[in-house]
Design a protein around this ligand. Structure first.
Ligand code: XIL
Length: 968
């Protein structure tokens, strides 16, 4: 171990805000004429209080008779284990002595180890003046024979000491650790294995950083021992700057912790490995809460794969003082007519997190601790330490427990499927289910027996997991049967995500219906409800709950969160406050649904109690997210008020684009309105509505589609644009009845501040916000024709098919362009792009930087921010290489496309056949559609042009694509 006694650290520690006071300072001033506990170290040395020299008062301590550098004055070290100290002394050489270094050192013998010497402070001292020596010392490991002593580089130097002060520092778990490597040492960092650590000139700040080379594995790199520096239940913010080493074009680096409790090591990620572009310093920052008693604790930098060299600089670890939780606000559980649950992992049962759980929630779902990898990591070896802890915490606080989860394709160890015949697999499953459910019999009220078994893109609607591949539906049947046998009183659930989307909803419905029909003891359906700030509308959730109500099953919302992102790549440095307000309104709408449907819903669980512990901080990429009801400091967010008291919410200024367009104002729905979805006005009692606008030189066209099945006298819609209002009565002009209610249209003077109020016998719903005029949405048509062969040859079948061309530049202002035609047959869309591009390149490793054509298709024309599962970005390079983009891993679309390309004089031709299996194509169908041409010069993209979408975000957001209408 290296001494912490550098001036840098000492200065930093002095700047710390009021550390908690411990024992008083220990002062040695020798004014009483004694050596005050100091004695000689080494043969022939004498140590006496002397009036020969004093820095203050009349006496100091003289050390003479030294014959070796390590000789000097010493004292049994007055240190208590687990604490840190500042040690200050003043030294001066006896008259006539040549200048020398005087140092304070600690000698100790760790239990079972060899004697070590740790430098606390050192300085050059002369006989001319008193010099101050000061440093800090942290006493962590169990040791014997501990001395503090003063030595000198001059073997025979005689010296005076005075005013030695030993000040206990605050609790070492509260002191920051920083490493800047400016002193040219590795500052306590050591390799985990074979890695070589050396300071060098590649620095993030200052002139010196730490270079890491010779790594033997992805986990090999610099590590810092932080045992004794973190308190159990305490949270720490960690930050480190990293950069790739030479000749390393790309790599991902992260920060992890190794802790050992009871001899068993565990590895935890503080910052999941993230992309470090070559030549750039990237900051890894995250927080960690220590939830265990540990005998080993080390943090380290690792890569996800590879052993490439890298640099580390400016590391810091600081204790995060918890803000007290708000005790004066209503408890969530008292405000809702169902069990209000939270997922929690072990760290969240401690400190303020534990207090927040206990105050607001009467349900608890262990976030990871009951999953297979946690409970049966090896065949027949069950571990329940963490599971028990959470179940005990819950029952101790009067919370009911949801057991999550017995059979899942994820977080399940490989051994489960190894050499598994169907029989063996079902035996393993049976033992696992029986063991868990029996152990918690009577204490776990509901189990997610199977998790995420539905895949609506399979013909039979079932996910092709290993479970399914080996055992078919029988794994589900077995899991439910055994769970029911083990605890007949437990409510058994089938749990899944995206159940609020119609296709998945129906696939799950069919499965539950079938299983119930067979007599499988399935009692409830769990809707995970991992939503985002925009999608899907709360009405989808209501439709789902209503649908399953027909099946006579209990329903629970099991993993609710609302990401602030609509895609899988964006990230904010700080989340815009308006977004948090919007989220508050979204939570309000969701809880309106839950309360209305409370007869069918026995509990609502959020996936994490507060933003700081949400899984969305690291999934699908590490990024700042804020999906829950309490913020990173556990304080109530607008989202909380949206649930508890929406009148506390700041009003939401909604935003809507009004594309240029002309409408016939007659209460009929023109095709123009179908180009976009209606913006929802959320339901209150029995009325809900959708709203749209179009801009034109004669004014702003507005539309309200009202759902209100019972006509009443005062049913009406009022549109207000920049202060001017128009009210349309349900029975008046401009209004027509529809199947679910009525439709109102009007033309108002142009303006931007718009309010739409829909009234239904005493109930009002409102949309209020800013409407922005934007260019018209481009549209084209695709006729039904015999299927062409997608070979890049323009055959005769394309003759007479309407053609569009790209002209919306999103990068550059000139370059490759395309003329595009499309036609359809069956469930397939065929697209022909004739590209004018005289020089072709595929040099870049990024497909979007190669000469290529991208075809964007949204089969339902959802115009959503962010992709849905069926939205695809199909890219074909000039050589016919196909790449596909979609939501997250593009599973829903990646197999949809067949394509070919052929170069021709002056460019190339792309022909693609895109299957759209999730919809039934027919004349009149509207598809979201766009085309983009990427123009590469060498390894760079030099221009890009689209047909309609000017946002340059078409790869993330479908809402600005144009329209393709199918014709007969
Ligand atoms: C998540 C946990 O919250 C994470 O800590 C873990 O790393 C991955 O799993 N659907 C589920 C949950 O059913 O089990 C998942 O929980 C989130 C998605």
């Amino acid at each position: 171990m290296r001494t912490l006694g550098t001036v840098v650290v000492a200065v930093l520690l002095c700047l710390l805000p009021a550390l908690p006071a411990h024992a008083a300072d220990l002062v040695h001033d020798f004014e009483d004429g004694t050596a005050q506990g100091w004695g000689p170290r080494g043969d022939g040395v004498s140590v006496t209080a002397s009036a020969e020299a004093a820095r203050t008062g009349t006496r100091g301590l003289l050390t003479s008779g030294r014959t070796a550098t390590w000789h000097g004055a010493s004292i049994p070290a007055p240190f208590a284990r687990g604490l840190g100290y500042t040690v200050t002394a003043h030294a001066r050489l006896a008259a006539g002595q040549p200048a020398a270094t005087i140092a304070m050192t600690v000698q100790r013998t760790p239990t079972g180890g060899e004697t070590t010497y740790e430098r606390v402070a050192a300085a050059t001292v002369t006989d001319g003046d008193w010099v101050r020596l000061s440093g800090t010392y942290l006493f962590t490991a169990e040791s014997t024979d501990m001395q503090l002593y003063v030595e000198s580089s001059g073997a025979t130097s005689e010296y005076h000491l005075d005013d030695i002060v030993i000040t206990p520092l605050g609790d070492p778990t509260r002191e920051p650790i920083t490493s800047d490597f400016e002193d040219g040492t590795a500052q306590d960092w050591s390799p985990r294995a074979a890695a070589v650590l050396a300071t060098g000139e590649v620095a993030h700040a200052g002139t010196s950083g730490l270079a890491v080379t010779g790594r033997s594995a992805s986990w090999d790199g610099p590590a810092l021992n932080v045992l004794g520096r973190m308190g159990k239940g305490d949270k720490y913010a960690m930050s480190a700057w990293v950069r790739l080493g030479p000749d390393t074009p790309s790599g991902r680096l992260g920060l992890s912790i190794e802790r050992r409790s009871g001899g068993t090591p565990s590895y935890e990620r503080v910052v999941a490995p993230k992309d470090v572009p070559a030549g750039e310093w990237v900051r890894l920052s995250g927080t960690y809460t220590l939830a265990y008693d540990v005998e080993f604790l080390s943090l380290y930098i690792e890569s996800d794969t590879g052993t490439f060299p890298f640099h580390l600089d400016d590391f810091s670890m600081t204790y995060v003082e918890p803000k007290p939780i708000q005790t004066g606000i209503p408890s969530l559980k008292d405000e809702v007519p169902f069990t209000m649950g939270s997922a929690a992992t072990r760290p969240e049962t401690l400190g303020v997190h534990g207090e927040l759980l206990a105050k607001h929630f009467n349900g608890l779902t262990p976030g990871n601790e009951l999953k297979w990898d946690a409970t049966e990591p090896r065949d027949g070896e069950f571990t329940f330490t963490d599971g028990d802890h959470l179940v005990d915490f819950a029952t101790g606080h009067g919370m009911s427990v949801r057991g999550h989860t017995l059979a899942w394709h994820s977080q399940t160890p490989d051994w489960v499927f190894e050499n598994a015949t169907k029989e063996v697999l079902l035996q393993r499953l049976e033992r696992h289910v029986r063991t868990l459910v029996t152990r918690y019999k009577g204490r776990i009220a509901a189990w997610d027996v199977v998790n995420e078994v539905v895949d609506e893109n399979q013909p039979d609607g079932l996910r092709r997991s290993k479970w399914y591949e080996i055992a078919g539906l029988d794994f589900i049947r077995t899991a439910f049967r055994v769970a029911h046998e083990a605890d007949p009183a437990a409510k058994l659930f089938i749990n899944d995500y995206n159940t609020e989307f119609p296709r998945k909803r129906e696939a799950l419905y069919k499965l539950v219906e079938q299983l119930k029909g067979e007599g499988v003891p399935i009692h409830g359906v769990g809707h995970q409800l991992h939503l985002n700030i925009e999608q899907p509308p709360a009405s989808n959730v209501e439709d789902t709950i209503r649908r399953f109500a027909a099946l006579d099953v209990d329903q629970q919302v099991t993993e609710l969160d609302v990401s602030v992102y609509t895609d899988f790549v964006s990230s904010y440095d700080s989340i815009p406050p308006e977004l948090l307000i919007q989220q508050g309104h979204r939570y309000k709408e969701l809880f309106d649904v839950f309360r209305r449907q409370a007869d069918h819903l026995s509990s609502v669980t959020v996936w994490g109690e507060s933003d700081d512990v949400s899984w969305l901080q690291s999934w699908p990429i590490p990024r700042l997210n804020a999906p829950l009801l309490f913020d990173h400091d556990l304080q109530a967010k607008p989202a909380y008020w949206g649930v508890v008291d929406p009148s506390e919410l700041e009003p939401l200024v909604r935003r809507l684009e009004a594309p240029a367009g002309v409408i016939k104002v007659d209460g009929r729905r023109d095709l123009e309105w179908d180009l976009l979805p209606d913006a929802p006005l959320a339901r209150v009692s029995d009325v809900s509505a959708g709203f749209q606008a179009r801009s034109s030189s004669s004014g702003l066209y507005v539309l309200a589609e009202v759902e209100d099945t019972t006509a009443a006298k005062d049913d009406q819609v009022t549109f207000t644009v920049d202060g001017r209002s128009r009210t349309l009565r349900r029975s008046g002009p401009g209004v027509r009845p529809t199947a679910a209610g009525y439709r109102a249209e009007a033309l108002l003077p142009s303006g931007t501040d718009v309010t739409v109020t829909v009234r239904d016998s005493g109930t009002e719903i409102t949309w209020a916000g800013k409407v922005t005029a934007v260019p018209a949405i481009k549209r084209t048509t695709a006729p039904r024709r015999p299927a062409p062969v997608p070979d890049g040859v323009v055959d005769r079948g394309w003759a007479g098919v309407p053609e569009i061309s790209t002209g919306t530049w999103i990068q550059g202002g000139s370059g490759a362009t395309a003329k595009v035609r499309s036609l359809w047959q069956g469930s397939t869309l065929y697209v022909l792009a004739q590209v004018a591009d005289p020089s072709l390149s595929e040099q870049s490793a990024n497909p979007w930087e190669q000469d290529s054509v991208e075809i964007f298709v949204d089969p339902e024309n959802g115009k959503t921010k962010g992709y849905g599962d069926e939205d695809g970005q199909y890219r074909v390079s000039f050589t016919g290489r196909v790449t596909v983009g979609g939501t997250f891993d593009a599973v829903g679309v990646k197999d949809n496309v067949r394509a070919a390309a052929k170069t021709v004089p002056g460019g190339y031709v792309v022909e693609a056949a895109i299957k759209l299996p999730t919809v039934t194509l027919s004349p009149g169908s509207l598809l979201g559609f766009d085309v983009q041409v990427n123009d590469a010069t060498g390894a760079a993209r030099t221009s890009a042009v689209t047909w309609n979408d000017a946002s340059a975000r078409g790869y993330l957001d479908t809402s600005h694509w144009g329209i393709l209408r199918l014709t007969p």
